[in-house]
Design a protein around this ligand. Sequence first.
Ligand SMILES: C[S@@+](CC[C@H](N)C(=O)[O-])C[C@H]1O[C@@H](n2cnc3c(N)ncnc32)[C@H](O)[C@@H]1O
Length: 229
Amino acid sequence: MDHDDPAEALTAVRERRPSLLELLQVATGSGLVAYTVWALLLQPGFRRVPLKLQVPYIGASARQVEHVLSLLRGRPGKMVDLGSGDGRIVLAAHQCGLRPAVGYELNPWLVGLARLHAWWAGCSGSVCYHRKDLWKVSLRDCHNVSVFLAPSVLPLLEDKLQKELPAGARVVSGRFPLPTWQPVAVVGEGVDRVWAYDVHGAGPAVSSCGVPIKAIPESSSTSLPRTLG
Ligand SMILES: C[S@@+](CC[C@H](N)C(=O)[O-])C[C@H]1O[C@@H](n2cnc3c(N)ncnc32)[C@H](O)[C@@H]1O
């Protein structure tokens, strides 16, 4: 083959199969990049959090945010997003009139990004993002709580909510339902589904048999009858 011809040389390069060593180099390089992103951007803040309580960042979709707002809109009192990520739910809540709207987030990069988004939206003085561990903040004055967390932490979260939330508070949980509470409303389908729970005087409505209550599939929104008051 005459490699003096650039077209032929290009074809030869394209057709050449990568050696095992080259493949290993690519795999190692990609692993290093992934590790660096994880260590620098995603891991900060989690160093002192037990592994089973670490929930990675996945931002809510526009539809999920819409569903959260549909369940909280018009309600009085403080709104908090526990694990607020880039702050999209808090900002949207503030913009639809929930005041004050506060986000608690461990990852400092995400807190910075949330503040930047708020500044960009002209709300920097009015929404609050705190770099705090959600397990260490008091929820005693929170009347509207939003959570988009992993199923592994939800049983523990139920205990915290039950102990700290005042009567009349509403909790909305995205993607995964709280394991034993009885939802009063369910909005959306699949990964966009959001469950709402109301806290009554003696704590939240809990499934009477102690097992998770399956949400009824529906096209967009369902209000469920309350079983306990
Ligand atoms: C699935 S993301 C949801 C982000 C945001 N709520 C949304 O829906 O767009 C979960 C967030 O919780 C944060 N997080 C996890 N554990 C936390 C903790 N102990 N305290 C504060 N934030 C935490 C993560 O850093 C991540 O940003």
